[in-house]
Design a protein around this ligand. Structure first.
Ligand code: ADP
Length: 661
């Protein structure tokens, strides 16, 4: 086995790979950019090498610098994680030349599978089902239309070098096909320096189901069942699960066997993933093969009990797989949710800044958290905004879903925006619960974006019960301090008015050692909890059902966070209840006079000029942050009075970009 492994990556995946190395007694080396000097992956590693400035091109993507770090530290192997250099054949080749093991497949597999046209050709030859369409690059619009007509609309135009959902367009007629070709080519040329685009059938309302494989140097190739990754936003995965609720054993076996055939066709060695798109009749078609570890690999680890990183190490070190296909378990259900630093309520704008509070949920057999940051850490604008992954596990899908919902409530993040409310809404969505999912679910269910009213439906009784319990605990402490009561084992009680929004209810609360009985009219709610005053997480059971709420005390209310939604709840002495209206009054901020930068970033372009009349929805400017271009649009009809920033400016959050008349 290797003595020392360098991890050519950052964030949660670098930390996750190190954990396995450390468990196996292998020394670890981190590489890091100037922006990551205090990052968790640097702290975790036995050694760390600074490889350059924040920009990925000058650090994590710079092959020469990574190679120099390998030479400097004497690492005998490199794990590339995902992204960055993980599918870079030149990097793998250079390591081989230097006598260092690349923990991944051979360069032939990387090269062939890195190209959608080539890999599709190979899949056809190997007898793997592929999406209808011959897969050749189209030269011009006329040819694209000809091919599209032959296949039959709708079609998808796809960049051969594509990845990360870039360079893809759906076309439903000749005009869309011509335009789609132009756009896909343009995007592909900028993003990948390769404008080859091909046309294939667009599968309507499909599911994305992928097969994890493992292959050793002796030709043993097995599949570790499937992962369903149909919950996507703009062709990017958001929630993944294993197994898939859609597959029957026969389809699972057929897909697994095709994945193995394809892996064998490129003499694959290592862990890899064969992605398929599956239509409503369970016809499945090869999409692409990812020749690396996937973000969503933990769900496979949970249902098989195998550590994929460990097997990547062992295979790269020349060991053979000691198990056969029939020995691979498929037990229970696992779901993964990706926690991003982004604001779903502001069109998923990426967020950056310092994590003032950061406390992931506690891990146990039913919950795993892969995180790459710590409290006090910085979310930088230079990298992918994913900060952690939460993986829940249960005997079945329902259990795993419920566990995930509670875990999302337990995730305590302050300082940057995050998508927990969005993830919680998905977990509570009837279509998710029923398993009626497809890659279009998010676009169909939130056609104009995600809004506050789309958050998971709140249980007002839970809010009333918890706020009453918290208030009772504060009252008890106040009474203890003022000497009105003494000792510990006694019953505390009170009558209050609780206000949630405009709804007020009279409650009577009796607290008795870890249990609160809250009487609301004729109903009595029982909250059992080990919560102590001052703890931010209020975990408990309401009439036997587990829940977790985040509790903060503000000047006038208790701020309860549940399902990603914050609610201010007032608990008052009945006589103080008249003050309610005054206390809840809120004034909305006025954005009609100016366009503010919604995040720190770079002003890429301004689409309007001073004096210009604009309509609601018109593009005003583009701000780039975290490798994402965000188009800022006008919220209403107006006239541009003054432009206060120029392209190239670095913007602070809420900095004025332009003013309106
Ligand atoms: P990338 O390499 O950019 O991730 P993929 O080929 O893996 O691209 O496709 C990403 C997603 O795009 C899929 O999960 C699916 O949602 C959608 N997609 C790709 N090809 C098709 C198709 N032919 N029909 C329908 N959806 C597709």
């Amino acid at each position: 086995m290797f003595k020392k492994i360098l991890i050519a990556n950052r964030g949660e995946i670098a930390c996750r790979i190190m954990r396995t190395a450390q468990r196996m007694g292998i020394k670890t080396v981190a590489v890091y950019s100037e922006a990551d000097a205090n990052a968790l992956h640097v702290e975790m590693a036995d050694e760390a090498v600074l490889i350059g400035p924040p920009s990925a091109a000058e650090s994590y993507l710079d092959i020469k610098k990574v190679l120099a770090a390998v030479a400097q530290t004497g690492a005998d192997a490199v794990h590339p994680g995902y992204g960055f250099l993980s599918e870079n054949a030149a990097f793998a080749k250079a390591l081989k030349k230097a006598g260092v093991a690349f923990i991944g497949p051979g360069t032939h597999a990387i090269t062939v599978m890195g190209d959608k046209i080539e890999s599709k050709k190979l899949a056809v030859t190997a007898g793997v089902n592929t999406v209808p369409g011959d897969g050749g690059a189209v030269k011009n619009a006329a040819e694209a239309v000809r091919v599209a007509k032959k296949i039959g609309y709708p079609v998808m135009l796809k960049a051969s070098a594509g990845g990360g959902g870039k360079g893809m367009r759906v076309a439903r007629n000749d005009d869309e096909c011509r335009e789609g070709l132009m756009r896909a080519q343009g995007e592909a040329a900028t993003a990948f320096g390769d404008d080859r685009v091909f046309v294939e059938k667009y599968i309507e309302n499909p599911r994305h189901i992928e097969i994890q494989i493992l292959a050793d140097g002796a030709g043993n190739t097995v599949y570790l069942h499937e992962r369903e990754c149909s919950i996507q936003r703009r062709h990017q995965k958001v929630i993944e699960e294993a197994p898939s609720a859609f597959l029957d054993p026969d389809t699972r076996r057929a897909m697994g066997e095709q994945a193995v055939v394809l892996a064998r066709a490129v003499k694959y060695q290592s862990a890899g993933t064969v992605e398929f798109i599956v239509d409503g009749n369970r016809n499945f078609y090869f999409l692409e093969m990812n020749t690396r570890l996937q973000v969503e690999h933990p769900v496979t680890e949970k249902i098989t009990g195998l550590d994929l990183v460990e097997w990547m190490f062992r295979i790269a070190a020349g060991e053979n797989l000691p198990f056969t296909q029939s020995q691979i378990p498929l037990q229970g259900w696992a779901i993964e949710a990706r926690i991003y630093a982004e604001n779903p309520l502001r069109n998923f704008l990426p967020s950056s800044g310092r994590l003032i509070r950061y406390s992931p949920p506690r891990q146990d057999d039913t919950l795993r958290v892969d995180t790459g940051v710590e409290e006090g850490g910085e979310i930088s604008i230079h990298y992918d905004p994913m900060i952690a992954k939460v993986i829940s596990y249960g005997a079945n899908r329902e259990e795993a879903t419920k566990r995930m919902s509670v875990a999302l409530d337990e995730f305590y993040i302050r300082g940057v925006a995050h998508n927990i409310g969005f993830l919680a809404a998905l977990m509570a969505h009837p279509r998710f619960i029923e398993g009626r999912i497809s890659t279009d679910l998010i676009a169909e269910e939130y056609p104009d974006g995600f809004h506050a009213q789309d958050l998971a439906p709140e249980n007002p009784k839970l809010l009333v019960a918890v706020a009453s319990a918290v208030h009772c605990a504060y009252q008890e402490r106040a009474a203890l301090i003022s000497g009105q009561i003494a000792g510990r084992t006694r019953v505390v009680a009170g009558d209050w008015v609780v206000m949630v929004g405009a709804e007020s209810s009279a409650v009577s609360v009796v607290m008795d050692e870890g249990s609160y009985r809250i009487t609301l009219g004729r109903e009595t709610l029982v909250v059992e909890t080990a919560w102590k005053l001052g703890e931010p997480l209020f975990r408990g059971h309401l009439d036997g059902t587990p829940f977790c709420l985040q509790v903060e005390r503000t000047a006038i209310a208790y701020r309860l966070t549940h399902g990603g939604a914050e609610t201010d709840v007032l608990v008052m002495h009945p006589r103080a209840a008249e003050l309610q209206a005054l206390m809840l009054e809120k004034t909305p901020t006025d954005t009609s006079k100016s366009l503010l930068s919604p995040m720190p970033g770079l002003l890429v372009s301004v689409a309007v000029s001073e004096g210009q009349d604009i309509k609601a929805g018109d593009e005003l400017a583009v701000v780039e942050a975290m490798k994402m271009e965000n188009v800022l649009r006008s919220e209403r009809d107006a006239t541009v009075a003054a432009i206060k920033a120029v392209p190239g400016d670095t913007l602070a959050v809420d900095q004025i970009i332009m003013e309106f008349e």
